[in-house]
Design a protein around this ligand. Structure first.
Ligand code: SF4
Length: 417
């Protein structure tokens, strides 16, 4: 039966799959999570440590800045050190202005990278632009690497913008300046992709992105790009910002696009607090994909927000502890308990929604709210299994979760089934 409202996610837009060092972006592959370091790439120790942290957190590709000779010279050492640590994570080189020269002067860097990111807005200027762009594309062909043509409106091709503005004016200005800017961003990506293909780079070696910092602009630009191209698309809201603002803006824009079937890989560009944890951007990307139902990375903990019925901190502490334990345990659980990502745990604050929500989870607990008997019913697979009492409810529930995981996802159990 058709409905006036279509709530379901649209099927993924058909795109050409690109192999990035063994990770497939586009086609029928799941949406890939990627991230970027903020270390000086020339500092091999710091960059290896951060790439390792990002990859262990779940980043399937990691981009690093390649801005000068010292950084380019460090890239093969970084790759080697990561391999020694058993981390075969594809590295993406982020090039601006002198990428053509760095790739030519540092063949080991060109070889070690799994993908080159080119910015058409600063690959070269005036008569050097096409020449330097062609030199990078020739390197990509020689080393058999894919490229991302990454337009960013902070460094938009000014010659193209001026030309489209002039044409719009000559036509009586049918488009607003904002619309012409959006069109310029899209054209910059498409024209560069066309040029790369004319130079001999295969279509399945090209990924496109068109990043802006405004949510509505981003949605509009990617919708235009998706309608006019079948290249794999890298989504990201550039300069998303710090803290909750960055998370909300990125999630709103990327969520809407992915619901429309647009996007083959995502990066959440959060500005970390000084000294903050860079892996937060990976966590947000994974959680966005998971809450939208596109991928599963980590067991979900459903917790109510708490209210006037939860006057003690036991409820918040247990919800936080369970969440932290799960995140910390995942690197081991992934190996030990195949399928554990699908687990749903509920930690609820009182009888109002506690038993109901807990029954929907695989294992859930309804803690006693203010005025309730100091007892916490535990539900396993939708059935009330027991009631916990006393001062050690939190610890006992954690043991029950561990026991449930072992029984349901342990290899012995899988073999017995
Ligand atoms: S389940 Fe209970 S404690 Fe949690 S928000 Fe609802 S009423 Fe408040």
């Amino acid at each position: 039966m058709s409905s006036a409202f279509d709530f379901e996610p649209k099927p993924r837009r058909a795109s050409v799959a690109v192999d990035v060092g063994g990770v497939i972006v586009g086609g029928a592959a799941p949406v890939v999570v990627q991230s970027m370091t903020n270390t000086d790439t020339a500092d091999v120790d710091a960059t290896v440590a951060q790439v390792a942290a990002l990859h262990k957190a779940g980043s399937e590709l990691v981009r690093i800045t390649v801005d000068r000779d010292e950084s380019a010279a460090a890239v093969p050492k970084i790759r080697e050190r990561l391999l020694q640590l058993g981390l075969d994570v594809p590295l993406v080189g982020d090039f601006h202005y002198i990428g053509h020269k760095l790739l030519a002067d540092h063949p080991a860097c060109a070889e070690a990278l799994a993908k080159y990111r080119i910015n058409p807005g600063n690959v070269g200027f005036k008569d050097k632009k096409d020449k330097q762009f062609a030199e990078i594309i020739e390197m990509a062909i020689r080393y058999d690497k894919p490229v991302r043509i990454g337009v960013n409106w902070g460094s938009l091709d000014q010659e193209l913008l001026t030309r489209l503005m002039d044409e719009n004016q000559a036509a009586g200005s049918p488009l607003t300046a904002q619309e012409v800017t959006r069109e310029t961003i899209v054209q910059s990506a498409l024209l560069s992709a066309e040029l790369a293909e004319e130079l001999g780079l295969a279509r399945n070696r090209i990924i496109l992105s068109a990043k802006v910092s405004g949510v509505q602009d981003l949605i509009a630009v990617y919708a235009m790009l998706a309608a006019r191209s079948d290249h794999a698309l890298h989504l990201g809201l550039t300069e998303a910002g710090m803290g909750t603002k960055g998370i909300v803006a990125s999630s709103a824009s990327l969520g809407i696009l992915m619901q429309q079937g647009i996007g083959d890989t995502i990066r959440i560009s959060l500005t970390p607090e000084p000294g903050g944890d860079r892996t937060r951007e990976v966590q947000v990307a994974q959680e966005l994909l998971q809450v939208m139902g596109f991928r599963q990375f980590i067991p979900v903990v459903a917790a109510c927000p708490g209210c006037g019925r939860t006057t003690s901190t036991v409820f918040q502490e247990l919800a936080q502890k369970i969440q932290e334990d799960i995140r910390a345990s995942m690197p081991i659980w992934r190996e030990k308990y195949p399928g554990v990502e699908a687990l749903k745990v509920a930690v609820m604050g009182c009888i109002v929604n506690g038993p109901g929500e807990s029954k929907h989870a695989d294992i859930g607990i309804s803690l006693p709210g203010t005025g309730e008997m100091p007892a916490a019913p535990v539900f396993i697979d939708g059935q009330k299994a027991m009631t916990l009492r006393g001062p050690k409810i939190a610890e006992e529930f954690q043991l029950l979760v561990a026991d449930y995981i072992e029984k349901r996802f342990g290899r012995g159990q899988a073999a017995a089934e």
